[in-house]
Ligand binder design. Structure first.
Ligand code: CO8
Length: 247
């Protein structure tokens, strides 16, 4: 079986690719584990001046947590996966170097939340963002309730999380869900930005990141986790996931 997370060393640092294109790069437990390890290993390496994250194939960045794997889990098992997902997002946020999400397609649920944990989000023309958890009887679980409002403001975050609707690349740029839209060549534009950042004073960038903060949402993250697990136990959640899997 091919690795579900690929790490490529580049001239600016490292590119991590979630590699399950047949499932739109949905995150199962093994992938989440590997992803967290890859983020921690690359971000700890001083030669990695910029860390970028993307998804394999043409269609998806990351279409969220793997619903097929998640559907039958117990609360305790789900708790372990939440720990992995929140940990991966936190590792991105804590990285000392700039991090870039290169969003090439669907960034839904946990996928959107991992993008939100990056310093910069660059969307390609096919990017689609969303927090569809409510349509599965859930609340966001990888930090969306903290990080989406930070980017787009309370009102827009509430609207997106309450409706679960998807946002295309143009709207994402307009509402501040991404910082840039690469209309021509997503990879080339990401690389150009990454190289520019890689040429800057890395210690100054690190200090700027500390100054901007990020760890101030821990209480909200703990609340999100508790409410996610509460929602997860409801029969309506089970029924909603079954409906998705039987489509
Ligand atoms: N999980 C598992 N499989 C998926 C997922 C997913 N999230 N998304 C897509 N796939 C699979 C499909 O089942 C399909 O597989 P197959 O070919 O074997 O039937 C394949 O990827 C291609 O997808 P579609 O055929 O559905 O492609 P469409 O173009 O028709 O639709 C969509 C694309 C709109 C992206 C659709 O696939 C979709 O709605 N996917 C689910 C998106 C979603 O709801 N994501 C959120 C999941 S919940 C979550 O992320 C919560 C995170 C926080 C806590 C989680 C802890 C683990």
């Amino acid at each position: 079986m091919p690795d579900s997370v690929l790490v490529e060393r580049t001239d600016y640092g490292a590119l991590i690719t979630v590699n399950r294109p047949e499932a739109l790069n949905a995150l199962d437990r093994a992938t989440l584990q590997q992803l967290g390890e890859a983020i921690r290993a690359q971000s700890a390496d001083p030669e990695v001046r910029v860390l970028a994250l993307t998804g394999a194939g043409e269609r998806a960045f990351i279409a969220g947590a793997d619903i097929a794997e998640m559907a039958p889990l117990s609360r305790a098992e789900m708790g372990e996966i939440l720990t992995l997902g929140q940990g991966a997002a936190q590792a991105l946020e804590d990285a000392p170097q700039p991090t870039i999400a290169m969003v090439n397609g669907y960034a839904l649920g946990g996928g959107c939340e991992l993008a939100l944990a990056c310093d910069l989000i660059i969307a390609g023309p096919r990017a689609r963002f969303g927090q569809p958890e409510v349509t599965l009887g859930l609340v966001p679980g990888f930090g969306g309730t903290v990080r989406l409002p930070r980017r787009v403001g309370w009102g827009r975050a509430r609207e997106l999380i309450l409706t679960g609707r998807q946002v295309d690349a143009e709207e994402a740029l307009r509402v501040g869900l991404c910082e840039r839209l690469a209309r021509d060549d997503l990879r080339a534009e990401t690389e150009a930005l990454a190289r520019r950042l890689a040429g800057m004073d890395s210690e100054a960038l690190r200090l700027v990141k500390v100054a901007l903060g990020g760890r101030d949402g821990e209480e909200i993250l703990a609340r999100e986790r508790r409410l996610f697990l509460e929602a997860f136990e409801r029969p309506e959640r089970r029924a909603a996931m079954k409906r998705f899997l039987r489509r």
